[in-house]
Ligand binder design. Structure first.
Ligand SMILES: NC(=O)C1=CN([C@@H]2O[C@H](COP(=O)(O)OP(=O)(O)OC[C@H]3O[C@@H](n4cnc5c(N)ncnc54)[C@H](O)[C@@H]3O)[C@@H](O)[C@H]2O)C=CC1
Ligand SMILES: O=C(CO)COP(=O)(O)O
Length: 378
């Protein structure tokens, strides 16, 4: 395995200037000790940051302090010495310069409410969860703004399987903060990039929070579709079509919400969508494959407590699209299977029987529906 090492990153506690940039956050708190939080803590420590990790499960936190491994959510990866594990949220964020929020999307609000009681004033917050809140239909940044209104906000997203990041495999991410437009190198996103970036964890900065968030929320739903397609035995052509047409669904929703096309074609859009739709490392994709094979949810992950954001987000994603009158046929098909119990075969036939249409934007062709029966052995 190729591995690039960085010239001896030594953590220190004094503010650092990087390449003439403003002070970068030195002490990073990671809120959420699942696979992604653990990988981000390892990566932040590798970047030389002094890192705390909040692990909700007290027994796991205790074990991690001894064994230096998260044997539940990210087994096989050692925590560097500069990562301190806490089960009390207040201890994890005390003295932090920035906090990465890495709990599953549907638990973010409750976690933020708890954080509001203990977080230092104006602590910069970095959303690393991908999704839309079920009860409110809000994106993660909107949820955080409601619970912690006075805290500067950034979003970190992109094609990032946790275990590869923990291994130090080359990875690129998008870091978004609104001030990146006006105050580029002093922006929160730029300062976080300087704090968290390494030769193998390469942040790209943008000001388009909305676009970054939509890409992350929708790709998980599309990855379930990709898993279903793979599970049904469809080939590489189908996957390429699904990724391309899925990206168009991401684009339409992004634009409807005020995000930008360049974000859709960036790491948090096309990058994450293509990763998650083509690798069985993806839990969402494995979930879809399991559904196609007729397996139960528990059986798909051998009874382990695994987050499948696409399953938890398919209804809020499609509800939002319906409200904004954005057509998302692939996401709707996943909703029919996952949330409404429709038989996969019927949903697939419906999807393949949709009318042919224009690909070029601006053309509004009316073409007849396919009139042959869909011939598939499902
Ligand atoms: N695993 C990955 O490769 C990546 C995950 N993400 C995102 O990170 C977020 C977290 O996912 P993972 O770390 O992978 O999850 P995970 O499946 O590895 O772990 C589950 C996490 O949920 C937490 N949890 C369970 N119930 C909770 C509650 N009531 N309140 C707060 N936390 C609770 C657990 O403590 C644990 O930290 C998700 O939004 C996911 O989409 C983003 C990029 C990569
Ligand atoms: O978000 C991810 C990769 O960028 C992780 O995807 P899964 O949750 O499908 O494993």
């Amino acid at each position: 395995m190729a591995r690039i090492t960085r010239p001896s990153p030594t953590p220190n506690h004094s503010p650092r200037k990087a390449s003439g940039l403003a002070d970068v956050p030195e002490r990073i708190a990671v809120v959420g000790g699942g696979a992604w939080g653990t990988a981000l803590a390892i990566s932040a420590a590798r970047a030389g940051r002094s890192t705390t990790l909040w692990v909700r499960e007290a027994d796991l936190a205790q074990r991690m302090r001894t064994t230096r491994e998260n044997d539940v959510f990210l087994p096989g990866h050692r925590l560097p010495p500069h990562v301190t594990v806490h089960e009390a949220l207040g201890d994890a964020v005390r003295g932090a310069d920035a906090a990465l929020l890495v709990v599953p999307s549907q638990h973010l609000r409750a976690t933020c409410k708890a954080l509001a009681r203990v977080a230092p004033k104006k602590l910069p917050l970095v959303i690393c969860a991908k999704g839309i809140e079920h009860t409110s239909g809000l994106l993660m940044a909107q949820v955080v703004e409601q619970c912690l209104p006075d805290h500067p906000l950034a979003v970190l997203s992109g094609p990032t399987f946790a275990s590869e990041v923990a291994q130090g495999q080359p990875t690129a991410v998008t870091l978004a903060s609104e001030d990146a437009a006006s105050d580029q190198e002093h922006s929160l996103a730029a300062r976080l990039a300087a704090a968290l970036g390494t030769p193998t964890f390469r942040p790209y900065v943008t000001d388009d929070l909305r676009g970054v968030e939509v890409g992350g929320a929708v790709k998980n739903v599309l990855a379930i579709a990709s898993g279903i397609a793979q599970g049904l035995g469809f080939g590489a052509n189908a996957r390429a079509a699904l990724i391309t047409r899925g990206l168009e669904e991401v684009r339409q929703l992004t634009l409807a919400l005020g995000g930008r096309s360049d974000t859709v074609y960036g790491l948090a859009g096309l990058g994450d969508l293509s990763l998650t739709c083509s690798s069985e490392q993806s839990r969402n994709m494995r979930f879809g494959m399991g559904l196609a094979a007729g397996r139960s949810e528990l059986d798909i992950f051998d009874g382990r407590p695994v987050v499948v954001e696409g399953r938890d987000n398919v209804v809020p994603v499609t509800d939002l699209a319906r409200r904004l009158e954005v057509e998302m046929p692939i996401c709707e098909a996943v909703r029919a299977v996952v949330a409404e119990g429709a038989p996969i075969g019927d949903v697939m036939v419906q999807l393949l029987s949709r009318p042919f249409r224009a690909e070029a934007r601006g053309l509004s062709l009316q073409i007849a529906q396919p009139d042959q029966p869909v011939e598939m052995r499902l």
